[in-house]
Design a protein around this ligand. Sequence first.
Ligand code: UGA
Length: 437
Amino acid sequence: MSAEREPIGVIGVGWVGLVTAACFAELGHRVVARDIVAEKVEALSRGETTIHEPGLGELVRRNAERLTFTTEMDELLDVARILFVCVDTPPTRSGDADLSRVRSVIEELREDGDHVLAMKSTVPAGTGEAIRRDMPQLAYVSCPEFLKEGSAVEDFMQPDRVVIGADPGDESAGDAVAAIYEPLGGEIVRTDVASAEMIKLASNAFLATKISFVNEIANVCEEVGADVGEVARGMGLDQRIGPSFLRAGIGYGGSCFPKDVSALKMLAGNTGYHFQLLNAVIEVNELQKRRVVQKLRGHLGSLAGRRVVLLGLAFKPQTDDMREASSLVLAARLQGEGAEVVAYDPVATEVARDQLPGVEFYDSAMGALDGADAAVLVTEWPEFAELDWVAAVGRMARPLIVDGRNFLDPETLRAAGFEYEGIGRAGQGAPSTAAAD
Ligand code: UGA
């Protein structure tokens, strides 16, 4: 059987699962994707994608003949030998990764003998070894995913690298999984299972560390009158540092960084090792979201009764994902200060509505800005760069903006009549310490 035609099973049709299924179908594989949520399976079977991800809907529709969705595990087991597990592993109350969904998948496979389990779900190092011990008849391959929401299809199809971990005895299963990825052309890194599991956690933790690092640099820039954009540019040209993930802002969110940083910290802690650095990464990120409140207070004094607009709600642009979005903390803190919070997001409003009680939602940025005392740019949606900021000045009660992503051009905004403040940008003075949050 040629690698292109190897039928593939995908278990769990969330962000990673759906992208994986659609992309493998695009590569010519027959793919059976299974999820336990019947409504999701029905919607996908009708060609409706359940998440907002550029290019994904098109891919699902284009490959409808090769890509089927089901709630039945048996359908999948009958067709495919290689099964990609893409169920989520959210944090438990203890901050460890919750493996209950991975375990229920394994339970369903218990009687089955001839399958390769390719683990895409992010799991703590050691999980693969434990599964392999429980189910010696299964071949086990760790195959972590590195795609980013908002560019998931592109990341999947043009990977920087593909990591495939297999332990002795499972090498041929590793070869079979590697063959599926070969047409994509990215470097294939072959390791043992525990190392592959660690590569995933360490990569996310390192990227989160870069962000918290640059956020602290931004905070110091504010104290000394430097500009973090210039600093990051100057640092990033050093090839040992690199330019990416050095954008200062109001903290990282999403379903991955917060969860994986915590999971790695706990994984280390469970073995008796104190991963000090990650404590700081987490704390800096939490405090960074709140600095906006301090900045607003520096301009407005008390926030009680002030109308504050959140421009953007999703944890990043090109997605409607609200998981661990900075907007959630920010809205609650502003409401805690007595502010009236209103919001606009081009795609995330429906997802956000239930999670932001007391927030008034608008269907345009301009509508939300009407009569407002301040705006906070939370998510760098491209349309905010195109907004008629001169008109916005006339609509707002006080044209004040805190640009939480350093996305807007300060000169343009100031020329339009705005009081503009970014994160660690030059020319904005130090935040008022008298009004510390
Ligand atoms: C992240 C990783 O980038 C992917 O490689 C990984 O596969 C994925 O987690 C995962 O484990 O599933 P994702 O969470 O989709 O991807 O989004 P990112 O683009 O990494 O952004 C995460 C957060 O960091 C966002 O809130 C973003 O605004 C913030 N960020 C990113 C910054 O504040 N500054 C930066 O320079 C970059």
